[in-house]
Each structure stands twice: as C-alpha cells, then as structure tokens.
Write a protein that binds this ligand. Structure first.
Ligand code: C2O
Ligand code: CU
Ligand code: CU
Length: 472
C-alpha cells in the first residue's frame, strides 16, 4: 500500500542521505526478515555470457521468454519469468558488432523487450505498441554503435512490465570496446556484473507480487541469489552494479565504510575515478566500482550493506570473502573517459513530476501517459536542455526520469554543478521532492516514437511516462 508513512520515508531517504540515522540500520537487524533467512548461505552465481551464434556481421541470439522453476532460496523452487529459463542472464556485446535477437514469447502475458541505455532504432526499442503477444515473436536489432557501458534488457509491455521485471525478466548487457580494452582496469574474471534487486517470497518459495507493497520485499537478491557470498582473490575487481528492482534505493556501503573507487555510471566510464565510501543505486541505474581486495589479508570477509533498509529488514546485500592471493597487473588510471561536448542547447523543456493523491496517478507535466498523445517533438542532432522538477512536496516521493535512445549529461542539480560521481554520461536521473536538475542531451540517428519515464516501476505503471516523436 502506498501510505503517507511509506512515501514520507522514501522522501527522507532522498533528502539527506548522508545522515540516515544509524538506528534504522540497526533496527533492521532484529526484524522478521532477518529471522526468516540468514545471509551468506549460498555462493554468488557469476554469470557466464550467453553464447551467440556468430554470423557474418552480427551475433545472433534466440531469447525465449518463458516461465521456469529455478532455485533462488536454498531448498525451494520458485517459478519465475525468464529468458531461456535463467534468472538474470548476461549478454556481452562488442561495439561495432551488431546483436540481433529473435525474441519468442512463450509467456501467457505480452512482452516488449527493451535495451535500457541502448542507442537503437524505434522498431527495436520495445515501445509498448510493439508488444509481442503470447505465442508471438519479434526480431530486435542492436547496432552497438555507442561507447562501452553496462546496459540491461527488461520488459516494457504496457500493463505488465513491473510484474514481468519483478518475476525475473531482466538481463545484464555489457558492451565492451577498444577504448576500454586499452585501459588497465580489471578484466576477464575480475570484471563482474552484479544485478541487485529485492523480492518477497511466500511460504512455499513463490514470488509474491503486489505493485504497491514495495516496502514488503525484504529479500535482497544478487544475480538471483539471496544475500550471497562471493569468494574473491586479494586483488582489484571491477564490479558492475545494476539495480533491477521495481522501486528500491540501495544505499551501498562496504564493510565499516571501506573506500572503493567509483569509475562508471549509466553511460560508461566517468571522466575520472572518484574515491567513495557510499553509493546511491536507484532503480534502473548502473554504477561501476573498483574494489581493491588486495588491501586485505586472506581470510577477511567484507559485507556489502544497504544502509537504508526498509523497516524490519536486514542490511546485508552480499559478502566478499578474500580466500586467495593473486597477481594484480590492473590499476585505475587517473583519467578515464571524457564526456562528449554536446554544444549549446537550442531547445529548453520542462518536466514536472508529481503525484495525484486523489487518483493515485503519477504524472509528468500533469498528465498520465497516453499512447495516442505525442508529448514532445525533438529534432535529430539538435541539443536540448531538460529541466526536471520533482513537485511532490506533499508526500516527498522521489522520482526519476529516463529518456530512451540517448544518454545525457547533468548540467546542474538545484543550480549546483553535478558531483564528480555524476559527471559522466547518464540515462536515468533521480530527483528528490522539491528539487530540480537540468540535463543536456541530443538525439541522434533514429527518428520515430520513443518514451521517457520515471524508472520507479510502480510510478511508471501509474502513468509517469511520456512519448516523444523524434523527427528531422
Ligand atoms: Cu529501463 Cu524505458 O526503461
Ligand atoms: Cu530504457
Ligand atoms: Cu516516479
């Protein structure tokens, strides 16, 4: 239920994150969820990439969306909605080499596949009007003509996306390129995608689904495993964090506030590495960090905590167990990747995000989504500035905005330049109640209809989406 207390609390999370009271964290330790499930019982599943058919000119995958019974909690089976029977699979793609996916829908609900962060033509973007009905199929073409970054594939169907994603339809999509290969960052088995999300399980291991009960999802899953442990070598790792939750903010902290290096965000590497001790990971966002386990002796165990748990909930997300020594030729260079210059904006737009308590609708510029309405008409190659204002001062609900097709850079938040960790290319930005941010972006290459929306999936389902027709 969306109650006043819930939203106020969500707002508090947003406001002054650095001062989240310790009592909340400790309060979580004695909760019900804690008793039900002790952490670190299962190893992390490090995903090996799905194997494409290598054809001349592109990599081909067949992804069947279907129900599957898998083990998420030890000793029980859980029915999920999956790609090819797997929870949170991984695709690794290469810049300049297109990926073509034939998606076959064997679910009994519609499905619309979207590559979040992907620069892809309209017909392959998962627009709800291109939903694949049960029993149907569709070809998706991802050109991969964009810089290396961590993306993800998820459902975008009109009425069931939040539930489909909750039930498992989220894949990680890592795009690599020559530029990153030349950097000495950790590679290969030391470069690990981690899909973070929450879930609520019933007695029998079934996934409980209620769009509004986002605070009742007390089990945290990493790559589909509940609060797993991960045996690591005493050296540096690159961790690609993806938040595939419907609504949860992860406020991450390592051990007792150990330092790590923030190297990337939604659109790829930051201009420069940023030493950090906490990280906000909002729904839909990706952040990449390098953790140097070489600082610790073999035998050390470091917990990754979510320091903003819901009431009655344990903070542990996963644990890193340093179990062996290993050589470490990797390093984090002092500069990473510069952000492209988007020039001067020729168009300014306002996006006001709000909640209508009377109707329960979440709105952009006072309107709920309407398939038949085009909200804005950007032109190809024309730079725009968008001001995003969260007007939910009554309830304090945080909102985000995610335009499809192209990433943006943040110009300012409440008039202040972005923090170093937000200075890279982004495609999803969260704005707290009563605050505003300006971003600069330019749509390129593809005309047609694309969406922009809040990535809190409950809000999206309740109308917080707009449509743009990109023209010449
Ligand atoms: Cu994750 Cu419309 O996006
Ligand atoms: Cu997207
Ligand atoms: Cu929202």
């Amino acid at each position: 239920m969306l109650t006043r207390r819930n939203v106020l609390r969500a707002g508090a999370a947003a406001g002054v994150l650095s001062t989240v009271p310790a009592s909340l964290v400790i309060g979580g330790r004695s909760g019900v969820a804690r008793a039900a499930e002790s952490p670190f019982r299962v190893p992390l599943k490090v995903r090996t990439p799905l194997r494409p058919t290598r054809l001349a000119g592109h990599d081909f995958y067949r992804l069947t969306t279907r129900e599957a019974d898998v083990t998420l909690l030890p000793g029980t089976r859980t029915r999920i909605r999956s790609f090819n029977g797997v929870m949170s699979p991984l695709i690794v793609a290469r810049r300049g080499r297109p990926v073509v996916i034939e998606q076959i829908n064997s679910l009994n609900v519609p499905f619309s596949m979207h590559l979040h962060g992907g620069h892809v033509p309209g017909g392959s973007d998962g627009h709800p009007e291109n939903e694949v009905k049960p029993g149907g199929k569709r070809i998706f073409r991802y050109p991969n003509q964009q810089r290396a970054s961590t993306l993800w594939i998820h459902d975008h169907s009109h009425h069931s996306h939040a539930e489909n994603i909750y039930r498992g339809l989220a894949a990680t999509y890592v795009l690599t390129d020559d530029f990153e290969d030349r950097l000495p960052l950790p590679k290969g088995r030391y470069d690990v995608p981690l899909q973070l999300r929450d879930a609520k399980f019933g007695e029998n291991g079934a996934l409980d689904w209620d769009l509004h009960d986002f605070e009742g999802r007390h089990t945290l899953l990493v790559n589909g495993s509940p609060r797993p442990y991960f045996e690591v070598a005493a050296r540096k790792y690159r961790l690609r964090l993806v938040n595939t939750s419907n609504e949860r903010l992860f406020l991450l902290q390592l051990g007792d506030g150990e330092e790590f290096t923030h190297i990337g965000t939604d659109g790829g590497l930051l201009p420069a590495p940023v030493p950090a001790r906490t990280l906000q990971l909002w729904p839909g966002e990706r952040h990449e960090i390098v953790v140097d386990f070489g600082r610790y002796a073999v035998g050390r165990k470091l917990v990754l905590n979510n320091t903003y748990p819901y009431e009655g909930e344990a903070p542990e997300v996963m644990r890193f167990d340093v179990v062996r020594n290993a050589p470490d030729p990797s390093s984090v260079p002092a500069t990473l990747r510069s952000v492209p210059d988007l020039g001067t904006s020729a168009v300014e737009r306002e996006f006001t995000l709000s909640f209508n308590a009377r109707t329960g609708e979440h709105l952009i510029n006072n309107k709920p989504f309407d398939t038949d309405r085009v909200d804005i008409r950007p032109r190809l190659n024309v730079t725009e500035t968008w001001r995003i204002t969260n007007a939910d001062t009554q309830f304090g609900i945080p909102h985000s905005l995610h335009p499809h097709l192209d990433a943006f850079r943040i110009l300012d938040r409440n008039g202040e330049p972005p923090a170093a960790g937000e200075a890279g290319l982004k495609d999803t930005i969260t704005v707290m109640a009563g605050e505003s941010a300006r971003v600069q972006l330019r749509f390129t290459d593809y005309t047609g209809r694309f969406m922009y929306h809040c990535h809190m999936l409950g809000h999206l389902q309740m109308g917080m989406m707009g449509q743009m027709e990109i023209g010449r």
